[in-house]
Ligand binder design. Sequence first.
Ligand SMILES: [Zn+2]
Length: 85
Amino acid sequence: MTGGDLCPKCGGDSGVFDSRRRADGNIVRRRECKACEWRWSTIEIHLGQFRRVERAEAMRAQMQAMAASLVEALAAAEDTGEGGE
Ligand SMILES: [Zn+2]
C-alpha cells in the first residue's frame, strides 16, 4: 500500500510533512521519501466546475492561481536547501 506520490529519486513511498492551503484553494504539499529522505513539493490544483459561459474567465483565473502556486512551491523547495537537479 502506498500513501500517495512515489519518490522521484528512488521510487520509494513518501509522506507529507507540510501541507498548506492557499487562499485560492490550491494546496501545496511538501513530501519526504521514507526510504532516502529526498524532499520535494507537489501542488494540488482546485479546478472546480465551470459553467460554459464562465469557462474562459474561470480558466484564466485558474491559470493565474496555478502560476502563483508554482512560485510558492518553488520557494518552499528552495527553503529546504536541497532537492532539484
Ligand atoms: Zn527516495
